[in-house]
Each structure stands twice: as C-alpha cells, then as structure tokens.
Design a protein. Structure first.
Length: 156
C-alpha cells in the first residue's frame, strides 16, 4: 500500500515546450540575426526591381538586374564551399556581412542623392550577390554550434 502512495506522489516528467530552443541564447541570437538578414535581403531584391524600372523601363535592362544576381550567385556559390573549408568560417561570415552592410549603406546614399544608374545598380547587385554566395557555405557552420553543454567525465 505504501508503494502505491509513493509512485502516485512522484511528479510527472515535464512536457517539452515548442519554444524550448529559444531558451538557449546562442540559438535565439542566430535565429534572430538570420531572420533580420533574410528580411533585409528580400527588401533589397524588391527595391532593386523597383529602382531599375524607375531608372530605365527597358525590359532588357530590367532583366539584367535579375541576371546579375542569379548568375553571380551561381558562379560564386561553388567556390564558396572550399573557401569556407580553408578559412575560419566565423571570420569569413562576419567579414562578408560587414562588406554587404558597407556596400548597402554606400548604395543607399547614392540613391538618396539621385546618383544611381542602371550600371551602378548592376554592379551593386553583383557585389552583394557575390558576398552572399561566399557566405552561403559559411552559414552552414551555424547548425554545428553546440547549444547544449557537452558531457564530461564518466557520462560522456
């Protein structure tokens, strides 16, 4: 009879929360930074299309903007894998993101001063697309970050 009371009084195991990964600071920071970066990239892509149609409505020129992004990503994504393997992925990722920020700020200033041209827009698209291509593989190391501390000693 006493065995029945002790097992009934034992607390049930807590059910895992769907928000569990966000309790880890590393995951939350990486997830938030990725979300902000992806929203910024989508905004830049949309603004590039709008800007080129206001600068030159020629369909060939408009399509060259998309070709500049797609072709550059295609050409630079393959070498970005070996580059990320021979360099420090963390430093590569940080330097690429800083470069993208610098190019974006300079281009935003030029657009604000009405100095943007179709050729400048294509050059900026190629530059940021190349940077994104290099950072694609570097971002692959992020899922490998240990969120849980490693077990040491006999339990390992």
């Amino acid at each position: 009879m006493s065995a029945d009371l002790t097992t009934a009084a034992a607390p049930a195991a807590p059910t895992p929360s769907r928000w569990g990964p966000f309790s880890h600071l590393a995951f939350t920071v990486i997830w938030t930074a990725s979300l902000v970066s992806n929203v910024g990239t989508a905004m830049f892509d949309t603004a590039s299309g709008w800007l080129i149609t206001s600068l030159d409505a020629n369909p060939i020129t408009v399509s060259l903007v998309q070709v500049a992004v797609s072709l550059t990503l295609f050409l630079f994504t393959l070498p970005s894998g070996p580059l990320a393997d021979v360099t420090d992925s963390r430093r590569l990722l940080i330097s690429v993101e800083v470069a993208i920020l610098a190019v974006s700020v300079v281009f935003a200033g030029l657009v604000s001063l009405n100095l943007a041209t179709p050729s400048l827009l294509n050059a900026v698209n190629r530059t940021t697309a190349a940077s994104l291509g290099h950072s694609r593989k570097a971002r692959g190391f992020l899922p490998g970050i240990d969120i849980e501390p490693r077990k040491r000693g006999k339990d390992a």
